[in-house]
Design a protein around this ligand. Sequence first.
Ligand code: AMP
Ligand code: ZN
Length: 684
Amino acid sequence: MGKSAAEKIESLRNSIRYHEHRYYVLDDPVISDAKFDKLMNRLKALEAEHPELVTPDSPTQRLVSLPKQGILWLPFQTVQHVRPMFSLDNAYSFEDLAAFDKRVRGILGRSEFTYVCEHKFDGASLSLLYEADRLVRGVTRGTGTEGEEVTRNVKSIPSIPQAIAPKKLEARGFPPSFEVRGEAILTHKAFDELNARQEKDGADRFANPRNAAAGALRTLDPTQSFAHRLDFCPYQLLVDGRMPFGTQSAVLGALEKLDFKVGKARGRKSPVSMDWRVCDSLERVKAYIKRLESKREKLPYEIDGVVVKVNEFAMQEELGFTAKAPRWAIAYKYPAHQESTVVTDIIVQVGRTGAITPVAVLRPVQLSGVTVRRSTLHNMDEIERLGLQIGDTVLIERAGEVIPHVVKVVKPGKQRRPFKIPERCPECNSKIHKADDEVAYRCVNAACPAKRKESLLHFASRHAMNIDGLGETIVDQLVDKGLVKDFADLYHLDADSVANLERMAEKSAQNLIDEIKESKSRGLVRLIYALGIRFVGERTGQLLAENFGSMKKLADASLEELTEVPEVGPKVATSIVDFFSEPANKAVLQRLEEAGLKMKEERKAPRDNSLAGQSFVFTGGLAHRSREEAGQLVVDRGGKVISTVSKKTDYVVVGTDPGSKYDKAKELGVPILDESGFEKLLRL
Ligand code: AMP
Ligand code: ZN
């Protein structure tokens, strides 16, 4: 016999940890990303087979999977900031700014000080800790007093030095340990690329570069290509919680000499430049603000204003802080860009999930350097809130946000007409539905072109029809080439046309065809789930299959009959009725049946009901079967498996290395079974 599962798992974990260190810390990987992913997938598969062997420190446990693909999010650790990270007071006009200047002068009682003007970057603030010349920690601002530790991602930001030679530090007047604070930002270009990728992965787009930067800091992306696209612009330096170098301008100059991205771009690859300036009067500050505003549209990244800071730290200290912000700084915010134009029409778009969104078609208008032709209206409630009709003149705004939106109606059109949601989907002409408690209208046709890819991926997914080879790249091509329009088309694919797809050889094409064919026998439960009926998950699929026994009976079921099924409420029932009332869906089901898919639940042998109504909790590993299997045995006998121990629990089955549930069971006096006791009870 080879190694035990536990041994295999442990050795995989060790090599994954080693490669992670090479990649993320030393920046010197010794295997390809693909190979690394393979290791990770092997570990995941083994752990799925042996859930009892999963430990919190396993590399897989950092992955929190999202329902869709796209960015994976890390559960980050919260850590305390050495010193709170403050926010800034805002000024919205030159009057506000003059008031700030007056206040500063009033407190200081003199005028021998200067201001520093800096871009107000619209990103996510970040604190970096250097110890003994190395970057050891990166923390998001969070609440200001504590943030999330994102060191791993921060290490892949190219404009952040990972280590600085001790000699260099010394020569520049830096101690070996210090903290740098600044803003992590995304250029417009990086932002667009990130969103394109999100879209491709079926994940939500980020509304603006700020959200995207915060998102990129918090991703777990095995290639780190998200975090890798971030830039970092420093604006504060702390040594032992204090500010060295006497002035803000000296700090910025010193940071630049350490290769932080501070000064003008100066031939660096990235186009980001802080372009800061010392101003010895309020007039000069205003001139800086005006000049930057005129350049703002051309900057490769988003700024939402200018931060004006008193330059001399001695003065800063005298000025101190209010409860939330320093008195020595103010953020001058540029006004949002607004223009008025006419709504010439309102159309609807169908999203990937079938949601119907109204969109205003505008008479084209220039807004912060881009021509705006359309603006989403989100939903019917929004149109009502705005009191908007077709023909109205509206104010549109683009404020930091990349997507412009309608602020208000400024002049009702002379020949205005109200907008009504069309009765039929513009993409597929099937009827549009609305659930009572939802804002959105939807197209429920599973084969609607707008959501074809998404539907097919769901259909093929592991818990649905489990067609392994039918991933995103293949589905993209099948749909784009017009080979597959609905689920049923899958079962009529021939190996030749599949072999013609990119990254497909004859053999893999035949494999895919075989897999698709094999999926015909998955059974009713999976098929119901695979259809992607809104609100019908795996569990509901199971209940529906048990109660109706065949697809035909389910399709014919009335609202009343459906709500009689346990756990099926009116919302779910309505969604099911809507789905089956759609002729396009009926046609697909008909063709699936013709293709030979199982549409009936085979009744199992007369049920042994020996465990009817009894509840079981499992803890630890079993020797003779997987926990899943053991659970199924309980369910087959009418019992149920639950995950937490309470007084009402009938049995706790304890295997090897049990967890806290075991202690809980003893504490509550719940009957405890070992594996052989469990087998006896089940008469195995
Ligand atoms: P606010 O979030 O409006 O309170 O503004 C404070 C935030 O502005 C800080 O937390 C920083 O993330 C950000 N910020 C952007 N650029 C600068 C800058 N040059 N100096 C200080 N803070 C800045
Ligand atoms: Zn449609």
